[in-house]
Design a protein around this ligand. Structure first.
Ligand SMILES: Nc1ncnc2c1ncn2[C@@H]1O[C@H](COP(=O)(O)OP(=O)(O)OP(=O)(O)O)[C@@H](O)[C@H]1O
Ligand SMILES: [Mg+2]
Length: 175
């Protein structure tokens, strides 16, 4: 599902990712560990088409995120380390927007949004604006959103940041 060969990313003279290689198979949960500044988020940004590699090759579900970025984007969902919700929309609207952008059909979309928001205990807050949510509530909404289009690959960059132990366990169970 994921192939990374001799991946390097330089930002100016600085090497943020230094010649890494790994593979992840279908149905595998792969944990990518390293100290702060090791290059984990930068690697995820390259795999999710947000940054270009300086050297090396990557493949996502058989597609090249560099030359086939649109096709590659259909294969994955992502929960970034930094929150990426729209604060001026409600929880439900954030989910809807994502579902529409990913062409999830109307009836399936409504059903899944209810299931996922219930799973992360936000169904009763579905009509509240996200700007009024706590950090952990926003994180739970982002995790739910990552699952909405049932992607083949789900990238989670420190998804339990800001979650209490109860929800931390829940999110690993969902993954
Ligand atoms: N846009 C940028 N401009 C300059 N340096 C950057 C940029 N993005 C990343 N870096 C540098 O690249 C290195 C890797 O950063 P990255 O965010 O990938 O680390 P990380 O492994 O995700 O760390 P953390 O555990 O703190 O999230 C760091 O030294 C960082 O300062
Ligand atoms: Mg990071």
């Amino acid at each position: 599902m994921i192939k990374v060969r001799n991946l390097t990313k330089k930002i100016g003279d600085f090497t943020a990712v230094d010649n890494i290689s790994f593979e992840v198979n279908d149905s595998e949960i792969f944990a990518f560990l390293g100290p702060n500044g090791a290059g984990k988020s930068t690697t995820i940004k390259i795999l999710t088409t947000l940054l270009l590699p300086t050297a090396g090759t990557v493949s996502i579900n058989g597609q090249d995120p560099v030359s086939q970025s649109e096709e590659a984007r259909r294969s994955f969902g992502v929960v970034f380390q930094d929150l990426s919700l729209d604060d001026d929309l409600t929880a439900f609207e954030n989910m809807e927007l994502h579902g529409v952008l990913y062409d999830v059909p109307d009836d399936v979309r409504k059903k899944r949004i209810k299931e996922l928001l219930t799973l992360v205990d936000l169904w009763d807050r579905k009509d509240s604006l996200v700007k009024g949510f706590s950090g952990g509530m926003k994180r739970r909404l982002e995790i739910a959103r990552g699952f909405l289009h049932r992607p083949k690959i789900l990238f989670l960059d420190e998804p339990t940041l800001g979650l209490d132990p109860q929800y931390s366990c829940l999110s690993w169970g969902m993954a």
